[in-house]
Write a protein that binds this ligand. Structure first.
Ligand code: CA
Ligand code: CA
Length: 595
């Protein structure tokens, strides 16, 4: 068209056409479609969704960086989140149309040129005094949809920005931060819906999943994750009842369900094969289990929700009647495997639970297929009964009832492993279909835990428990473990002195990338666990790496910035790692000279 315009007689006409072209060009910034989201795991030119795809496998088919070439991996750029606002940086970057979108501590988000690291825009959410995030002022990442980038904030809001300008398009309040609500997980996008959970299980909030129209922020459905609460949907803007979750008072006595917790603070995954959203739910509130007899559904569980109806299709409780704050929020990652006996392909899902067990469930119905420990010390249960799917409790290892103690103020203290910080916490696992292995950033630690009396007070901690976290070994707490979901065997492990708190990426280049609180981004041979590359990022890594391809070159990125729950809640372990420095930056790497 420019060629043709040269032939025009009037220069005036040419400038009009040029101007028109420029306007068209500006408007043509690529929008993120449902197909882009659905195909994210297969398309290597971008990372448009948390988890490198809705299933959350964190697997990339890219192999330009592999066990042979990774030695040439060098930094391309680094960008500082700046200011005094450091603390934990748990964010997974998104990459689309040559731009990176990365959230940072204190509800900030940056848009950067993915090739150069040049800042394009920044949005800092105005946070009120009195927010109550339990586990540091972190954020785990944003979602992209249409021309929007959407993220959740520490004061329990959702903010949608124009991804090209950083200007607010819509905002919506999830709930009242003064009652203990906050939000830190990356939103899930499913068929034009933005699906989010809530944080606040330590304040007796009402756990739930919510779906909004991603373009407008208008509510579509809300599904409570505490049994007894009414679900809702919005029809033509009208809020209508959509059935109670479970049955009122079936697993909760009296009014306890009203403040039952089961916070969905770690977000959810989605499997298009079964059309199910898998949300993890946290502890029942309060922690003191003697105050709430029963299984306390749907706490410490995986809940499968139909995104079209907002109804629970199945649930599987990993810690019924949780008395250790094991939560069950860990991500449920869809994968298929061949049954070794029948040769049939099984549609499964894997979950490394905070309670120390790895669960392989049939993802069509939630039935357990395999359950095995992925940490060495587990005190609360001997294992699981595969017929009932329930744990075989060790009753004497449940913290005691304070009402039975001499002064009624402190129940019997027990040493429990794992600690409530979990065999695995928020740090995401990855599944590599080529090795058939899950890569689990595991931790070996214990806690002394005891119960105390407590009653609910709005906006106050609702635990009824005291605790101290302890290391179990002098030389390590963390261990990156390769876990075979079919045999239940740990194939290899790579130990780490500090607890691991960052997620994993695995690639067709036979590599497994993860970061350590000591500041290293590492690459291991995915089959053997042998370390083949590492780089010191300057602060602790507590976030998951990503990879993508641009102009024929493969890039790797990770956020660096020590923090999260460990320094705040870690007791003896926090003291053990208090030499670690804070920070806040994103690092990008590629092969030197492209080789
Ligand atoms: Ca992609
Ligand atoms: Ca919890």
């Amino acid at each position: 068209m420019i060629q043709r315009s040269k032939n025009m007689k009037k220069p005036f006409a040419m400038s009009i056409i040029a101007a028109a072209l420029m306007v068209a060009g500006a408007a043509q910034a690529k929008e993120v479609t449902d197909a882009d989201i659905l195909n994210d795991a297969k398309t290597t030119g971008d990372v448009v969704h948390f988890g490198l795809g809705q299933q959350g496998q964190r697997f990339s088919t890219l192999d330009k960086i592999n066990t042979k070439t990774v030695k040439n991996l060098v930094p391309v750029w680094s960008f500082s989140f700046g200011g005094e606002k450091q603390r934990g940086q748990e964010s997974q970057p998104l990459v689309h149309d040559g731009k990176m979108f990365v959230t940072a501590s204190y509800s900030r988000i940056f848009a950067l040129d993915a090739k150069t690291g040049k800042k394009l825009w920044k949005y800092e959410h105005r946070l009120p005094e009195g927010i109550m995030p339990c586990c540091d002022v972190i954020n785990r990442g944003a979602a992209l949809y249409d021309n929007l980038v959407i993220f959740a904030t520490l004061d329990a809001q959702l903010v949608a920005l124009n991804k090209d300008t950083g200007k607010v398009v819509w905002k919506d309040k999830i709930d009242d931060y003064a009652a203990g609500y906050s939000a830190t997980a990356a939103p899930l996008i499913v068929k034009g819906l933005v699906i989010t959970g809530v944080s606040g299980g330590e304040f007796g909030v009402q756990g739930r999943m919510e779906a909004r129209d991603a373009k407008t922020g208008k509510m579509v459905w809300m599904r409570p994750t505490v049994e007894g609460h009414m679900g809702y949907k919005w029809v033509n803007g009208e809020k209508v009842e959509n059935g109670i979750s479970g049955t009122l008072n079936a697993t909760w006595t009296g009014d306890l369900w009203k403040t039952g917790g089961a916070a969905t603070w770690n977000g959810a995954t989605y499997d298009p094969d079964t059309n199910l959203v898998f949300a993890g739910t946290g502890n029942p509130a309060p922690w003191n289990s003697h105050l709430r007899p029963g299984d306390n559904l749907f706490s410490s569980a995986t809940v499968a929700i139909d995104p079209d109806t907002g109804k629970i299709v199945w649930h599987y409780q990993t810690t019924p009647h949780d008395g250790w704050d094991f939560d069950g929020v860990n991500e449920f990652v869809s994968f298929d495997y061949k049954d070794p006996k029948t040769g049939k392909i099984i549609k499964a899902g894997g979950k490394a639970d905070r309670n120390g067990f790895f669960f392989v469930l049939d993802r069509t119905n939630g039935k357990p297929l395999n359950i095995f420990p992925f940490v060495k010390d587990i005190t609360w249960a001997k294992g699981f009964d595969m017929n009932t799917g329930r744990p075989i409790y060790v009753d004497e290892n449940r913290p005691g009832d304070p009402s039975g103690s001499a002064d009624g103020k402190k129940g019997k203290s027990v040493t429990a492993a794992p600690s409530f910080l979990g065999g695995k916490n928020q740090q995401q696992i990855a599944y590599n279909p080529q090795t058939g292995l899950f890569y689990v950033p595991a931790n070996e630690w214990a806690m002394d835990i005891w119960n105390e009396p407590v009653s609910y007070k709005r906006g106050a901690a609702y635990l009824g428990a005291g605790f101290t976290i302890k290391a179990l070994h002098d030389d390590y707490i963390g261990a990156l473990r390769a876990v075979d979901p079919v045999s239940g065997k740990i194939v290899w492990e790579n130990k780490n002195f500090a607890p691991l708190w960052g997620g994993v990426l695995t690639t067709a280049g036979n590599l497994t990338f993860y970061g350590t609180p000591e500041g290293y981004l590492k690459a291991l041979d995915a089959k053997t666990g042998k370390e083949v590359w590492s780089f010191q990022t300057g602060s602790g890594v507590v976030a998951p790496p990503v990879t993508w391809m641009e102009n024929g070159e493969q890039y790797v990125a990770v956020v660096s910035g020590w923090g999260g729950a460990v320094p705040l809640w870690g007791g003896d372990v926090a003291r053990r790692v208090n030499f670690l420095e804070q920070g806040g930056s994103v690092w990008v790497f590629k092969l030197h000279n492209g080789k």
